[in-house]
Design a protein around this ligand. Sequence first.
Ligand SMILES: Cc1cc2nc3c(=O)[nH]c(=O)nc-3n(C[C@H](O)[C@H](O)[C@H](O)COP(=O)(O)OP(=O)(O)OC[C@H]3O[C@@H](n4cnc5c(N)ncnc54)[C@H](O)[C@@H]3O)c2cc1C
Length: 281
Amino acid sequence: MRFLPRVAAGECLIGIGMTEPDAGSDAMSMRARIRREGEAWKLEAYKNMITAGHKAQAFFVVTRFPEAGERAMGAVMVDADSPGVSVSKVHKKMGLRGVPEAEVAFDDVLVPDADILLEGDAEGRAMRTILSQFNHERLGNSAMCVGVAAGALRESIRYAQERTVGGKRIIDLQGIGWKLAEMSTKVEAARLMVWRAASKADMAGHDQPTPALEIAQAKWYANVVAQEVANEAIQIHGGYGYTREFPVERMFRDVRGLAIGAGTIEIQKNLIARLLDRGSK
Ligand SMILES: Cc1cc2nc3c(=O)[nH]c(=O)nc-3n(C[C@H](O)[C@H](O)[C@H](O)COP(=O)(O)OP(=O)(O)OC[C@H]3O[C@@H](n4cnc5c(N)ncnc54)[C@H](O)[C@@H]3O)c2cc1C
């Protein structure tokens, strides 16, 4: 794969093109299509919410391969400067503002044979491989949530130690102390779940399936805990928590997006239930 050396050297940022305006959680309803055209392939796709899509040098695009069957889906690599590739919109977001998401159009883009990463097949093998790779993204997302939640907890403890009300530090008020106790316990529980899932994924190596159940459980729990903890952090900071002078309002906005990206919390619960039904545990 010709992109790998540049990616490894940090010279090629890849945008992931999975979501479409009318197909997010339900990836199977995507419209992107690629067809053989002589020696090469022609891609027609419109992708939404591509993280750093406006800066990417290349795209990983998930698409249908209709000639292999109506449900055949696979993935191709596309150079960002290929004719037919254009960024049509960069979204303004509530949080995670360090890196925007973009809408990118792929109009009759020629893709050489060598850039077909996973050719779609009627049995759905290629799509299963693609979906299993999103487990790694979910793990990263969970770890980010634990990090932000731990930061919100740290800021809250510091503030509660410094802030006095009626001559008393607010950390000495039972109502605030209990909030901190619950926040710290939830952060540690989420951290342990992420560690467990990451350690299982690590032990599985490249040849074994990733531990989908533990990862979905870790993502769901870390997403929920991060939102709860960031919300309580604002409450502990009182009015100041709602201002931009303290970092907790940014943390709250950031974790909100993490509960949607890499598969929403509802989709994680669907996945957990499905895996339990299949006897994963
Ligand atoms: C910060 C961020 C970064 C992202 N980066 C990328 C990226 O780089 N590449 C990319 O391709 N996409 C990216 N996305 C898109 C993300 O993957 C989708 O937003 C997500 O999968 C949800 O799809 P949707 O927005 O179309 O919502 P929908 O699928 O329309 O869902 C709407 C609501 O319905 C719920 N819902 C849907 N189906 C079910 C169901 N079966 N059961 C219960 N509830 C359901 C959802 O949970 C959600 O609450 C990013 C999103 C965010 C927020």
